[in-house]
Ligand binder design. Sequence first.
Ligand code: HEM
Ligand SMILES: [Cu+2]
Length: 548
Amino acid sequence: MKAILLDNIEHDLPVAHKDRVLLRWLSTVDHKELGILYLLAALLFFIIGGTEALLMRTQLAVANNHLLGPEAYNQLFTMHGVTMIFFVMMPALLGLTVYLTPLMIGANEMAFPRVNAFSFWMTFFGGLLLYFSFAAGGAPNAGWFNYAPLNQSQYSTSPGINYYAMGLLLGGIGSVTTGINIVVTILKLRVKGMTLKRLPLFVWMALVNGFLIIAALPSLNAALSMLLLDRLLDAHFFNTTSGGSALLWQHLFWMFGHPEVYILILPAFGIYSEVFQVFSQKKIFGYAFVAASSVAIGLLSFGVWAHHMFAAGLGNTMNSFFGASSMLIGIPTGIKIFNWIATMYGGRIRLTTSMLFAVAFLIEFTIGGLTGIAFSIVPIDWQLTDSYYVVAHLHYVILGGSLFGLFSALFYWFPKISGRMLNEKLGKWFFWLFVAGFNLTFFLQHFLGLMGMPRRVYTYQNIPYYTLLNLLSTAGAYLMAAAVMVLLYNIYKTVKGEKIKNKDPWNAFTLEWYADSPPCQKNFENVPVVTSRRPFYDLKNLEKRDVD
Ligand code: HEM
Ligand SMILES: [Cu+2]
């Protein structure tokens, strides 16, 4: 199909070469090219969202600062949160999934290639629409979860929140169609011998994730549609002054929002599961437990949403139920952490940049997980809600969990995607600068939160320690920015540099490395029949093949 498409473009249109390249990327339905487009879009939005974060941290560097006013700050934290979650993490992780899944299961394409293109462009235009709000009279300003009644026209008079709703709705529709595409691809297009029990763990996580997306996103899409009706046609779903319910928005949002954090973390779990195996040169410890605990996490994630609403006055019964169910999630997550550590135990460990990010994840994510369990204790949540403790917690889980996973994946699969190796020395500079900056920025915010500093405030009084801790936190943000510069330079230098000869630089186990680096258009000339969980390992070790 794609060949036909490209042929038509190349033969029928009398356009210059440059335009042809552009047209090709605009019209591609190839899962690898779409995967790359997702990753590039995520990088673009990461730079924008990161700049917004730096602006906020600059504003907060000293007490009583008036570099930015309160309204600008409101728009910045809203845009930063929305951008990072919906237009950085989602597209990057889904792009990686779309790139790797067919290769890992020995397929030539996704099940629905044109739907794949549709999903990408919906997401990308969703992001553009969101940013168009700046030109249309002001960006959304009610936070990333956009609570009622703040999201109503009376309280937010600029059209920003309309763009929030429309942009996220486009992205939300794109995500659902990707979810369907991922599930069908995995269930229908596996090569002979690749049973569900032999799926690479990355693909297992992608499968669970696909189901989560299909089940969770509609709740957000419905809420956004209702919000648009409220704002544009004067409906009253969330308008309390005319009989609507503000709490309804919170329920609909978090019924999506909590599974969403698992939608962001499961693909990263998949990445770590591959990386720990390859850089320990051992197969995973407890394959079935890692796969099954993801299913458990997926199911549980739909029964905990009201832990975001402990302060909303739902009553003791509801609060106790949601507190207890939230604590349960710690169990399958803990199982995974033990499995990864056991995988490393006794292995031939290579501390590449990719592996360093995976090891750092074990520590940072556990910190984020522990503060999360603290929040599931209702009185602690009451004390700390809306404070900087929350900002610390959420960045530990999302950065230390998902973003570190993306960085680990970037260094691991870059040779696969581009045929070129990122420089490891620069990689390690990037790693240490980023990890140092990350902990400096966010660890201190636990203390600020405990001392009572509220989140979402544009400035603060000169109270003892507030200024010092905030200044250090800002310094950490600049360290992270410096690290990202090193990464961008590394990518630039690598893309300009030589291709590698060895298509399998890490001595990997799974089928995507059996393909060329980068893979040919059909992915494989021929695919071996799979007889175990590590088909490429088997091919390289005919004497010591796995039996599982
Ligand atoms: C790269 C370094 C980053 C820095 C320095 C940073 C900094 C900040 C700051 C200053 C705030 C505002 C806190 C407040 O006033 O309440 C914030 C909020 C937030 N950040 Fe980040 N951030 C970073 C990366 C990320 C990433 C990668 C994600 C997610 C994928 C993320 C998600 C969020 C969310 C969801 C909020 C809450 C927004 C809201 O209150 O509505 N951040 N961040
Ligand atoms: Cu939650």
